[in-house]
Write a protein that binds this ligand. Structure first.
Ligand SMILES: NC(=O)c1ccc[n+]([C@@H]2O[C@H](COP(=O)([O-])OP(=O)(O)OC[C@H]3O[C@@H](n4cnc5c(N)ncnc54)[C@H](OP(=O)(O)O)[C@@H]3O)[C@@H](O)[C@H]2O)c1
Length: 334
């Protein structure tokens, strides 16, 4: 029996001159995994925006090297030194520093801390867990932020930016399931049919939001889920109805925020930051229960595609070039 597993690993390739990071597929000994409590046999991981940055080397996501990439994983416990988990438990992890400071999910097996694991609800297979992945679980956190603010479908439409991406696509599915009217913002003409099939009542061009915002614009949206940031976020804040809310989770368009305080002080608009990486176990478990009630694999048929781990470098570049849509599930055994 071999003790080797395949991983996608970032290593410091010091060629004498400048520090360089190389990310590639390798076969490593099982004993090289971190000395942590629970060994998980991984079925699937996924490709998120942050994963694409890590695998392509476009941003210093991996803060320790060597680093096994992949911010998500789903599989089954095969060894546990923790009383909280037993062999055979169906589990998933999103975030908790995976691929940043902790070895992640682009591996056939991984040793992880018992504290990071979430039990997969009965209806969530490991494939569905990764079709949802960090992007979908973040979309659920955002939708719950709107619901906790008191928004109901009767309050008016919800704007979703970066709509054909992972967060945006799953946000549209969730809003539709909950009876909200949603309007999608997308930079791609080619995705309009796809976005309407996910529940968007209308698709607005990215250009309408990629401009300098006025301090206040016409009140149009009860709420918004934003994964783009920068001018787009500033514009939509200026268009939120009195007392409305924006759940902001991303920076696909930039990390700045050239906005006015007017919507906050004259319309009582709430800007709610959403972080998935270190979200509490209470918020995670609530989100995954909600996802289990709202989403099936059938709902994601047009949203997700399964790809082999060996294709990750090409997929990461395609995602960053805006050539992909929806969610990419990574089969770590292929
Ligand atoms: N806070 C958190 O915990 C958390 C969790 C997950 C993701 N995120 C962040 O959320 C963002 C989206 O993640 P994702 O996984 O959904 O990524 P993704 O699948 O790559 O989707 C991003 C989408 O944003 C749009 N977009 C891309 N470049 C843009 C630009 N320059 N200006 C405006 N729109 C642009 C594109 O949609 P269209 O072609 O339809 O316009 C693209 O599909 C990322 O910034 C990610 O880091 C944060």
């Amino acid at each position: 029996m071999t003790n080797n597993i395949n991983v996608i690993i970032a290593r410091d390739v010091n060629d004498g001159a400048e520090k360089r990071v190389q990310v590639k597929r390798e076969s490593i000994d099982l004993h090289a995994l971190p000395d942590l409590d629970v060994l998980v046999d991984i079925d699937y991981s996924s490709l998120n925006y942050k994963d694409a940055l890590a695998v392509s080397g476009r941003a210093p996501i991996c803060r320790r090297l060597p680093m096994v990439c992949g911010i998500d994983l789903a599989g089954t416990v095969i060894e546990s030194k923790s009383g909280a988990w037993r062999t055979g438990d169906r589990v998933l992890i999103n975030g908790y520093g995976l691929s940043e400071t902790q070895w992640g999910g682009y591996a056939q097996q991984q040793r992880v801390s018992a504290d990071w694991l979430v039990k997969r609800p009965d209806t969530i297979s490991s494939k569905l867990a990764m079709a949802i992945g960090t992007a979908g679980y973040t979309a659920m956190l955002c939708v719950n932020a709107l619901r906790d603010h008191g928004l109901t479908p009767a309050d008016g439409p919800i704007l979703v930016t970066g709509a054909s991406g992972g967060v945006g696509s799953i946000a549209l599915v969730l809003l539709s399931k909950l009876g909200f009217t949603s309007v999608a913002v997308s930079g791609r003409e080619s995705t309009h049919c796809y976005l309407k099939s996910l529940g968007a009542s209308e698709v607005v061009s990215r250009d309408e939001f990629h401009r300098d915002s006025k301090a206040l614009e016409r009140e149009t949206w009860a709420g918004a889920i934003d994964s783009v940031g920068s001018k787009t976020l500033a514009c939509l804040i200026a268009q939120i109805n009195y007392g409305g809310i924006v759940a902001a989770c991303g920076l696909a368009g930039g990390a700045d925020l050239p906005a006015s305080v007017m919507p906050f002080i004259l319309r009582g608009v709430t800007l709610r930051g959403t972080d998935s990486v270190m979200a509490s176990q209470v918020d995670r478990q609530r989100s995954w229960q909600d996802l289990a009630e709202l989403i099936t694999m059938d709902d994601l048929e047009t949203v997700c595609q399964v790809e082999p781990m060996s294709q990750l470098p090409q997929l990461a570049n395609a995602l960053l070039k805006g050539e992909l849509q929806g969610r990419i599930v990574i089969d770590v055994n292929a």
